[in-house]
Write a protein that binds this ligand. Structure first.
Ligand code: AMP
Length: 402
């Protein structure tokens, strides 16, 4: 079965076509600047050169049409005809409390995703446009949806409730949901299998550290707590997001600077984090380079970033009464040996010992970076959210067809 994975944003759409026989990627690409006059499509099929085209793509229906043209193109394509694609899987950021796992798309599921628009106003409407665009271009093709929040639905109420009036939870579902769930689930399973132990037997903290970043405490194989909250703003310091701050800062700054709700939201989501502290970039590579050249603000940003990851690992070790496995993943977690070292240096009290030469090795495979004696096993596990979406879609659609 060939499965098309789609991650639709408001002005972009990323895609991968998987052959589920061997889980190979047959083609991948993205459409950028949807809704603008010079939209860009970048496409690459396995074993063929990357192609790029600029045209007017005003909506998601046209974007999906363009993707299908690319996938079936006689020269650049990956399949002879659209009928070879048997299912489509979508990434959905917010599943609220309604979705505890991936599901096949039905009219009821679409309605429920619409009901959740309020909780993820930037993401869920765009995902829905992706689903509708597939329906228009590929009538009757089975579709599945995979939620960033689903893995965290196992959190106990002590983790997911905020100590604010409970009526806000009852009326508006204000609670911690957590994100990056597909990634935390995938890397925790990969880490357990690398260590040759059942996931349920491990006390693990997984650190998904990229542009967005979150830590998850995994106990008995389930998400026990996670650093992102009702929205992906809470928790770690990120590229442009503040992460945890005193909530009283928000009304204080709004008052002093005469900011609107939109402006304060934008400040915390787009103009904070590493960008704000370094004054250079939200990108860890650029911040690390500037730090190595002696820039003091870059060093401060790097140190704060690492310190905040370390604090969460420590907090989750306490939450689970111990930790035996620490996993790093995503852009920074997989690639920055410097950041991993900075985080681990302050965790020796847990019996964690980093092996510097193992930490320096670069690889696309899961690997151990702690010493053989270390009580806490530290691993780097490359994440693959698209593959999880393809797998879940394949599993659900195959089961539904029986
Ligand atoms: P992601 O959101 O998972 O794609 O991660 C993006 C982040 O990973 C950016 O901050 C990049 O600078 C960072 N990153 C990617 N490669 C490296 C690298 N070799 N060293 C340090 N940071 C990196």
């Amino acid at each position: 079965m060939k499965v098309l994975v789609i991650n639709a944003g408001s002005s972009s759409l990323k895609y991968q076509l998987y052959n589920m026989v061997d889980e190979s990627v047959l083609a991948s690409g993205r459409v950028e600047r949807i809704g603008m006059d010079s939209s860009i499509v970048t496409h690459e099929a396995e074993g063929k050169p990357e192609v790029r085209s600029v045209s007017e793509i005003l909506d998601h229906v046209t974007a999906v049409k363009k993707v299908l043209e690319m996938l079936t193109h006689p020269e650049h394509g990956a399949v002879a005809s659209m009928s070879e694609i048997e299912a489509v899987g979508h990434r959905i950021v917010h599943g609220g409390e309604s979705f505890k796992s991936s599901v096949v798309v039905t009219p009821e599921v679409k309605l429920e995703i619409r009901n959740l628009f309020d909780l993820a106003p930037l993401h869920n409407p765009a995902h829905m446009m992706g689903i509708m665009a597939v329906e228009t271009n590929m009538p009757n093709i089975p579709q599945a949806v995979v939620f960033d929040t689903a893995f965290h639905q196992t959190m106990p109420d002590t983790s997911y409730l905020y100590p604010i009036p409970r009526v806000l939870y009852r009326r508006h579902k204000v609670r911690r949901y957590g994100f990056h769930g597909t990634s935390h689930q995938y890397v925790s399973e990969q880490a357990a299998s690398y260590l040759g132990k059942p996931l349920e037997s491990l006390k693990m903290v997984s650190c998904h550290i990229g542009n967005g970043a979150s830590c998850t405490a995994i106990l008995d194989g389930k998400s026990f707590d996670t650093s992102m909250g009702m929205t992906p703003l809470e928790g770690l310091m990120m590229g442009t997001r503040s992460g945890d701050i005193d909530p009283a800062i928000v009304p204080f700054v709004m008052n002093k600077e005469e900011l609107t709700l939109t402006e304060v939201n934008s400040m915390l989501n787009k103009h904070s984090g590493m960008m704000a502290i370094s004054g250079i970039s939200s990108d860890m590579r650029e911040v690390s380079e500037a730090m190595e050249e002696g820039d003091r603000n870059a060093k401060l940003a790097f140190d704060m970033y690492a310190y905040r990851v370390r604090k969460y690992v420590g907090a989750y070790a306490a939450a689970m009464n111990g930790i035996d496995t620490l996993v790093f993943t995503a852009g920074v977690g997989e690639n920055s040996s410097l950041l991993r070292k900075a985080v681990c240096e302050g965790l020796t009290f847990l019996g964690l010992e980093l092996d510097e030469s193992r930490n320096a090795v670069r690889s696309k495979e899961p690997r151990l970076i702690s010493t053989d004696e270390s009580r806490v096993k530290v691993l780097v596990v490359p994440t693959n959210e698209e593959l999880i979406i393809a797998r879940d879609t394949y599993r659900l659609i195959t089961a539904a067809a029986q």
